[in-house]
Design a protein around this ligand. Structure first.
Ligand SMILES: Cc1cc2nc3c(=O)[nH]c(=O)nc-3n(C[C@H](O)[C@H](O)[C@H](O)COP(=O)(O)OP(=O)(O)OC[C@H]3O[C@@H](n4cnc5c(N)ncnc54)[C@H](O)[C@@H]3O)c2cc1C
Length: 448
């Protein structure tokens, strides 16, 4: 939401404007700004919003929002249990996880030194918005909720932007960065995961949309008018981007190795609905195809060739082929790693004392979990552990997956098993309801 639309003072005699945070995606509804896109003008009180209003990013309703009060550092208590207040906490990464960790500590302690080291600018934005942003008419500026400098000032932390952590010695309490070595009493790794793509999708020819900087580059490249875009990979991000770009007027081809999008995660009836929805907004889906090569012609255009010998001309190619956690830091610190930084599921502590991790970079219970919903609970557990506060620990549960394709929104709850049996409860023009069973246990349910 742009700051120009924000009403400065409330005029309805019902007290100051309030903010509410979506527990699922982290969107903050600010009464002063409203949400013009969903018909809520600036000054719309949260309690006046209809119950069936949906979060513009993840489609949950009002019951999934909590009151949100940004911390003012002056009125915060001070915890005394931290080993050394002089050195303090260092956080690596300023995405949702890094900032959530800083917020959670500041909620309990106003003075503990915190340094945030990040390879990016540290600007605050909602990453889930990137795959629905063009349709919403967003710009890089409107997607930036707060600059890194503003967030750092609000939370009273030192921000080291454009700085990479490159080495770690947990025993010495030292983190090596591209701007020198930092000492820490506790370290929080919130370094996220990077887009990965096979060699046939070289980074110099192919976009990878995993942060605001990359999205902003694509936004500018697409701003000259309708273009031909090939998206490789039909997982959640590939499908959402495909619909968003197609709705924004671009000619989108979505290529995937399976016969339907989001297979094998989705059962065939749901994936078929999704395919139909994507088709209805103009996406051409090329299933059962694996990309062999992307090459640039002498005229500057791209050509995507598949193993089956088909070729598609494109102005832009986007790889939506998955994520992987960078291993270098944890390797240098001797921290246990298996597709992500292994953490204790209750404390979020890594295999090294006083080193914690959260967000996209971790592996919990043997699997990475790359969603927004768990991050706040993880951050709270880490903050309390560092500050020596009593706490029950983090309780991990599989987040609800909400596919933000407006043509076919899909909600998936539970832990999908490769061996489970999907059963249809209802399948008509309005809705598809399915459940997955493993033996006598229902493990997942789906609504499309
Ligand atoms: C297009 C898109 C749509 C999505 N939609 C949804 C959705 O609808 N619902 C949902 O739950 N999730 C969604 N996700 C996933 C969700 O956005 C992520 O789970 C979440 O944002 C991860 O936050 P993070 O802070 O762990 O990682 P990131 O946001 O990746 O942050 C990592 C940070 O670490 C920094 N960093 C990395 N390495 C280093 C280093 N060596 N030194 C210093 N800094 C470093 C980076 O600069 C960055 O600041 C989506 C993701 C994408 C890409």
């Amino acid at each position: 939401m742009s700051t120009e639309t924000r009403l400065i003072e409330s005029t309805d005699g019902r007290g100051p404007w309030k903010r509410f945070i979506c527990r699922v995606c982290g969107l903050i509804y600010d009464e002063a700004e409203g949400d013009i896109d969903s018909g809520l003008p600036p000054g719309t009180r949260f309690e006046d919003i209809p119950d069936d209003w949906e979060c513009p990013i993840c489609n949950v309703t009002k019951v999934d929002f909590d009151p949100y009060v940004p911390r003012a550092i002056t009125d915060m208590p001070v915890s005394t249990a931290v080993r050394s207040r002089e050195t303090g906490v260092v956080i690596v990464g300023a995405g949702a996880a890094g900032w959530a960790a800083a917020e959670a500590i500041r909620a309990h302690d106003g003075t503990l030194p915190i340094t945030v080291v990040t390879g990016c600018s540290g600007d605050v934005y909602y990453k889930p918005e990137l795959s629905i942003a063009l349709t919403r008419g967003a710009t890089p500026e409107s997607l930036t909720r707060e600059t890194g400098t503003e967030a750092a000032a609000r939370l009273g932390v030192q921000l080291l932007p454009q700085t990479y952590a490159v080495g770690l010695s947990p025993n010495l309490g030292m983190l090596r960065t591209t701007r020198g070595t930092l000492r820490f009493t506790d370290l929080i790794l919130a370094q996220g995961a990077r887009s990965t793509a096979p060699d046939c999708l070289p980074p110099e020819l192919v976009w990878r949309i995993n942060d605001l900087t990359a999205w902003s580059g694509l936004y500018r490249a697409l701003s000259t008018g309708p273009q031909r875009v090939v998206i490789v990979g039909a997982g959640m991000v590939g499908c959402e981007l495909a619909e968003d770009l197609a709705r924004a007027g671009h000619h989108v081809t979505l290529i995937a190795p399976d016969s339907l999008p989001m297979r094998p995660l989705l059962p065939v009836p749901a994936a078929s609905r999704l395919a139909a929805g994507l088709k209805s907004v103009g996406v051409t889906f090329l299933g059962d195809q694996t990309v062999k090569r992307v090459a640039r012609s002498t005229h500057g255009k791209l050509c995507v060739a598949t193993m089956k010998g088909d070729t598609t001309a494109a102005d832009h190619v986007i790889a939506a082929t998955g994520l992987a956690t960078e291993q270098r830091l944890s390797r240098s610190g001797g921290i246990a790693f298996d597709r992500g930084i292994i953490v204790d599921p209750k404390t979020m502590r890594t295999s090294a004392a006083h080193v914690y991790a959260l967000g996209d970079c971790v592996t919990i219970g043997g699997a990475p979990c790359r969603y927004i919903e768990p991050i706040r609970g993880q951050a709270e557990a880490i903050a309390k552990a560092i500050l020596g506060h009593e706490h029950d620990g983090y309780v991990h549960k599989t987040p609800t997956v909400r596919l933000k394709t407006r043509s076919t929104p899909i909600v998936l709850e539970g832990w999908i098993s490769a061996y489970g049996e999907w059963r249809i409860l209802r399948d008509d023009a309005d809705v598809l309801l399915m459940e997955q069973w493993v033996g006598s246990e229902r493990v997942a349910k789906l609504a499309a």
